[in-house]
Ligand binder design. Structure first.
Ligand code: NAP
Length: 521
């Protein structure tokens, strides 16, 4: 593609000093895609981080309105890439045009939503304790605090969202909104898409007069590039979206640095779905249709894919299981994102099938071109599930494991032994859901988002969203990677004691010049 160079963005300069090269592959037909991409050298990575550090002292002091304009300009520049971006992202991921176009809209809206937060300005959580010189027995001094940005941040995106969880994705939007400068490690599965989006951000840096170094993006097909970012002493936090293995490795490396730093790793999840007996008896066939759709949507390549379905065994349940088997068997094998995602999926399903207690039923519609993932329904009883903890682990792709529990107390036992997940879903009739308040109580300790009578796939980008959860779903359950709450991950509270008015940030000045919401006593 003529307007791609395969180079790295070292601040506003393009650079390709390395000798390690790689190319993207079209997973639909296994053909290599032009051009070649240059893996960043250690020197290039260090230069990018040093530029980010210098830029930080200027960027952090830009006003909320200036940063908001910057985020909106990035969104406009992404749209201006037009069909070139859509076509490249489709070619690199095998995802259809409709999906990529929708994801572009989501990515732009995400940037604009953070811009609206900056225009409002209240996110900084300003708190003012005024001085009380006459307080007895001791006077109280003037104490004020607010959130301030952390510094340069490293960002890693995932292969399954080439736009929304990649170069200008949620982590980039929230880190830039907080006032941090960023170094993105481009995902090697979609380097051309990454370069195009990188050029959009770089144009916005110039147009909005942001300092050189506000944004860098380095390519890399080896772990060395990512680890060079994580281990650099000037990097102050990491935003990661991807596999458990990758997130854990990066988290452990960040914890072992002389100065450990926070890692917000959003990793895989199995998203348990609990189906209550009344709902199965009343609308088992509809639930089977909804579930088959959710499991196979986007070839099952969502971190919110329902990979574990717990139901109570009864006569109606056997009709539900047959209906789900039939529906899954009618869904064709489709193209997966990459060779390695496809291989990992096939291996994960084979591992499950090797368990003697697991029954399997595959889609009958095979397609041998490209890297195809065949939908799979796997079934097991609750005792076998209890005895084999590994069955709970994510198999990234269009499969789900159906667990039959003999009664409610067994369902509760399964829930209480679950690890952390991003979501948990309850499907039931209104009256019976009330009888399962104890199940909701258990699940609240396990996940970041609880869903009633819906499916976990589809994550709304909004103020109230929580896309996170206890380990191993993430490395920090106190935050979210989707929605505006994410901004606080890249900031920390700073306290200003006994400061003269003229030295206080605008947000903390006594006459509240920005008219933001504050806590004042
Ligand atoms: P991945 O293989 O972990 O890759 C993500 C990024 O991390 C890539 O840039 C990768 O670089 C890097 N990386 C991986 N292992 C590393 C290591 N040991 N050291 C340094 N860098 C490393 O994930 P993926 O296959 O792209 O994405 C699929 C996974 O993401 C699924 O498990 C899915 O559930 C999860 N996901 C989670 C969310 C969420 O919000 N929780 C959202 C979307 C996807 P290289 O490729 O160069 O290794």
């Amino acid at each position: 593609m003529k307007n791609l160079t395969g180079q790295n963005f070292i601040g506003q300069s393009k650079s390709s000093n390395g000798t390690t090269i790689f190319h993207a592959e079209n997973p639909e037909n296994k053909h290599p895609l032009e051009p070649l991409f240059y893996e960043a050298t250690t020197n290039e990575i260090h230069t990018a981080i040093e530029k980010a550090d210098q830029a930080f002292s200027i960027y952090k002091n830009k006003s909320g309105l200036e940063k908001a304009k910057f985020l909106e300009t990035i969104a406009d520049e992404i749209l201006a890439l037009g069909d070139t971006l859509i076509q490249r992202a489709c070619a690199e991921t095998g995802l259809p045009v409709g999906r990529i176009t929708g994801e572009r809209g989501r990515t732009m809206n995400q940037l604009k939503l953070f811009a609206s937060v900056l225009k409002d300005g209240s996110w900084v959580d300003a708190r003012i304790d005024k001085a009380q010189p006459d307080r007895q027995p001791f006077p109280k001094v003037d104490i004020r605090s607010m959130n301030r940005p952390l510094g340069p941040v490293g960002i890693f995106g995932a292969s399954n969202f080439p736009l929304a969880f990649s170069v200008a994705g949620g982590d980039t939007a929230s880190a830039l909104a907080a006032g941090c400068t960023i170094i993105v490690k481009g995902h090697p599965a979609h380097p051309g898409t990454s370069e195009l989006v990188g050029s959009a951000i770089s144009n916005a840096v110039t147009k909005c007069d942001m300092p050189d170094g506000t944004f860098s993006m380095v390519h890399g097909a080896s772990y060395d590039v990512g680890m060079a970012i994580v281990n650099h002493p000037l990097i102050q936090a990491i935003g990661f979206t991807g596999s458990f293995k990758g997130g854990k490795a990066i988290h452990d490396a960040a914890r072992s640095r002389p100065q450990p730093i926070p890692v917000y790793a959003e990793m895989g999840s199995t998203n348990p779905v609990f189906i209550l007996p009344g709902a199965i008896a009343k609308r088992g066939d509809d639930i089977a249709a909804g579930l088959a759709h959710s499991v196979t949507l986007g070839v099952g390549q969502f971190c919110t894919n329902p990979g574990l379905v717990i139901h109570q065994d009864a006569e109606a349940a056997s009709n539900f299981r047959s209906s789900l088997e039939e529906k899954i068997s009618q869904i064709p094998a489709e193209t997966m994102l990459t060779k390695s995602v496809c291989n990992a999926y096939n291996k994960g399903v084979e591992n499950l099938k090797h368990h003697v207690g697991v029954k399997a039923k595959s889609s009958g519609i095979e397609n041998n071109n490209g890297y195809r993932g065949t939908p799979q329904l796997l079934q097991v009883d609750s005792q076998y599930f209890h005895d084999n903890k590994k069955l709970e682990e994510e198999v990234f792709g269009p499969s789900t494991l159906l667990v039959a529990a003999p009664n409610k107390s067994e369902m509760l036992k399964i829930a209480s032994q679950l690890d952390g997940h991003l979501t948990a879903t309850l499907i039931g009739e209104s009256d019976e859901i009330k009888e399962y308040a104890d199940l909701i109580d258990i699940l609240e300790r396990k996940v970041g988002r609880l869903i009633i009578n819906g499916y976990p796939t589809g994550v709304e980008v909004c103020h109230a969203m929580v896309h996170g959860g206890p380990y191993p779903a993430t490395t920090d359950s106190r935050s979210t990677s989707v929605g505006t709450r994410a901004i606080t991950r890249f900031a920390r509270p700073i306290c200003y004691q006994n400061f003269p008015e003229e030295l206080l940030p605008e947000e903390l000045k006594s006459d509240n010049p920005l008219s933001i919401k504050r806590l004042e006593v």
